[in-house]
Write a protein that binds this ligand. Structure first.
Ligand code: CU
Length: 125
């Protein structure tokens, strides 16, 4: 008999736990979200096609607000939501696009799919 009483009580408790966990998540979607962070990566981009490719690919990454590549310096500047992503994940996204990110070497398959003009053996052009 005691078991019959505790079971619904347990169900009630776990339900209120779920509510407690979901409730604080709601304000993060509003204006009280953490301020965007900025990260910079040195890439192996060499031309405007690389710029377009990387910026487009980063735009699809979770938590990315903006991505701008400066071709002459090969620097990629990413503005992101720190609660959604982090610099390591962003570097990995750059690698998967076929480019080096700092000391992380480009994903070989993605790199091999790049047109010849975008290979890192070329000088910036
Ligand atoms: Cu290119």
């Amino acid at each position: 008999m005691k078991l019959l009483l505790t079971l619904p009580l347990f169900a009630l408790l776990s339900f209120s736990n779920v509510q407690a966990q979901t409730a604080p998540a709601a304000p993060t979607k509003s204006t009280s979200a953490a301020a965007p962070a900025t990260a910079q990566f040195k890439t192996s981009a060499v031309c405007d096609m690389c710029k377009t490719r990387i910026e487009k690919s980063m735009a699809y990454e979770k938590g990315v607000q903006s991505a701008v590549l400066d071709v002459p310096t090969q620097m990629l500047t990413v503005t992101y939501r720190p609660e959604k992503t982090n610099p390591a994940a962003l570097r990995s996204a750059v690698q998967k696009t076929g480019y080096d990110a700092d000391d992380q070497v480009a994903d070989a398959r993605a790199y091999n799919r790049l047109p010849d003009c975008c290979k890192k053996t070329n000088a910036v052009h």
